[in-house]
Write a protein that binds this ligand. Structure first.
Ligand code: ADP
Length: 441
């Protein structure tokens, strides 16, 4: 709302005075009407000139000068001048912020590439992207990341919805370097590709793996010797030392088993894929049932249910070892009188699952996410007493990963647990059918 003073400012006092003067002079000269007409003509021309000047300033985006005088035009010019000033200040602030953001993104050690969401053309990239992805500025703007996209693993990752990061990719640009790729949808029209050089991290991981493998390997020989000598000593010959000898034997056996399990994990970690054979499931399931019975010594009810009626494609040896681990756990962690059920059945998606159900101690929910980590145990004493190494589930997870399968764990304390290995349809082979899509090595 305008104040009374502003209303006064708006009124064309000066124009009124001019008209009065013109009318007075015209009246004195006996030319009242022509003088009045001339006066209005001059006023109209003046207004027109002011208007066209303002329009010209706005058109050429020049600054509207600060207002001079009073009246309608002064008010209008003042408003325009103020708005222009505010807009310029806002623009300057935004530009400074944008520049700061760009500088921050440009100086990040990870490669950042802004891509068009539809056709994956490059819209912007930072300095690290020039280094890691061999991009050239500005030549590569508007192009696609063809060299990267044609790497089979990347193509497959992009064909899926690339929700999960692509880990440990050998760089197609710099031999010996390893990359991790992540694709983020940050607006509906744009995606952000973040590429990190993980070569050093992978090297450290390799050093750690080699160290564990070497230590395990080095321990094997002395352990075999100690174990051999212990075997030669008969506790009946030295009754005083008998309890000690038995304990030494148990512990040396345990250590040998830990070393063997560590070597198995190292071997699995070093492999990218396993030989794929036809696994005759009926025979394997029977063997597993026999193993369970032998381990249980008749203390549990062991049941086998095979409704899948198919075979599996995978590594016979590794899958046998993984399934055996689950069966052995079920027997070891189920008190006498309990039941262990081996199930082999089809899943809704056309795949198949091998599950081991028990009515044992169960696992508290907070332990389940970590249970496949090396040496992670819910109860250390229970694991040791039953001859566990704490590495069994870690081996299972590695074997399943190499088969593109997953381990699903359900458990309730006091009621029992179910460990299920879920395989995709690509691993299912009809009984009697040839193993066409896999090379039987
Ligand atoms: P371990 O050799 O100790 O059995 P695993 O890696 O096979 O090592 O299992 C890790 C831990 O998971 C075990 O120590 C045990 O606490 C728990 N666990 C595994 N299977 C079962 C099961 N069927 N019922 C209850 N607890 C289990």
């Amino acid at each position: 709302m305008n104040s009374p003073r502003e209303w006064l400012d708006l009124l064309p006092w000066r124009l009124g005075a001019l008209v009065l003067v013109a009318a007075g002079i015209g009246g004195l000269l006996g030319q009242f009407w022509p003088a009045l007409a001339l006066c209005f003509g001059v006023i109209a021309a003046w207004q027109f000139w002011q208007l066209s000047r303002l329009l010209q300033l706005l058109r050429t985006q020049r600054r509207v000068p600060p207002p001079r005088g009073i009246g309608l035009f002064a008010q209008l010019t003042e408003q325009l001048h103020r708005r222009q000033h505010e807009a310029r200040t806002r623009k300057r602030r935004l530009t400074t912020m944008l520049r700061a953001f760009r500088q921050a993104a440009a100086s990040l050690p990870d490669a950042i590439v802004a891509l068009d969401a539809d056709d994956h053309r490059i819209e912007w990239f930072n300095e690290a992207a020039q280094r890691l992805l061999d991009l050239r500025y500005p030549g590569d703007l508007g192009r696609r990341l063809t060299r990267l996209e044609t790497v089979p693993r990347v193509a497959e990752w992009l064909r899926g919805d690339a929700q999960e990061p692509l880990l440990d990719l050998p760089s197609p640009f710099h031999p010996g370097h390893r990359l991790t790729l992540r694709l983020l949808e940050y607006t509906p029209q744009q995606k952000l590709l973040v590429v990190r050089d993980v070569s050093k991290l992978m090297h450290l991981e390799q050093v750690r793996r080699d160290f564990v493998a070497n230590v395990s390997h080095e321990l094997r020989t002395p352990l075999t010797v100690v174990h051999g000598y212990l075997d030669m000593l008969d506790p009946d010959d030295m009754p005083d030392l008998a309890p000690m000898l038995r304990e030494m034997r148990t512990q040396s056996l345990r250590m040998t088993q830990i070393v063997e399990d560590l070597l198995t994990i190292s071997r699995l970690e070093a492999q990218e894929r396993l030989p794929t054979e036809r696994i005759v499931m009926r025979a394997l399931l029977d063997t597993l049932q026999r193993e369970a019975r032998a381990l249980s010594h008749g203390q549990h009810e062991i049941e086998l249910v095979d409704t899948a009626g198919v075979n599996l494609a995978g590594s016979n040896k590794e899958l046998h070892s993984a399934f055996s681990n689950l069966v052995s756990n079920a027997v070891r962690y189920t008190p006498a009188g309990g039941r262990v059920r081996l199930l082999f059945e089809r899943t809704a998606g056309g795949g198949v699952r091998f599950a081991v159900e028990d009515t044992g101690h169960g696992i508290p929910a907070q332990h389940i996410p970590r249970i496949t980590e090396r040496f992670y145990r819910v109860s250390t004493s229970r694991s040791r007493e039953s001859g566990g190494t704490g590495l069994g589930l870690s081996i299972v997870k590695h074997v399943l990963n190499l088969h593109g399968a997953r381990l699903a764990i359900e458990s309730e304390v006091g009621r029992g647990s179910t460990f299920a290995c879920e395989f995709g349809p690509e691993r299912v082979v009809e009984r009697g059918a040839a193993l066409s899509q896999f090379d039987e090595d």
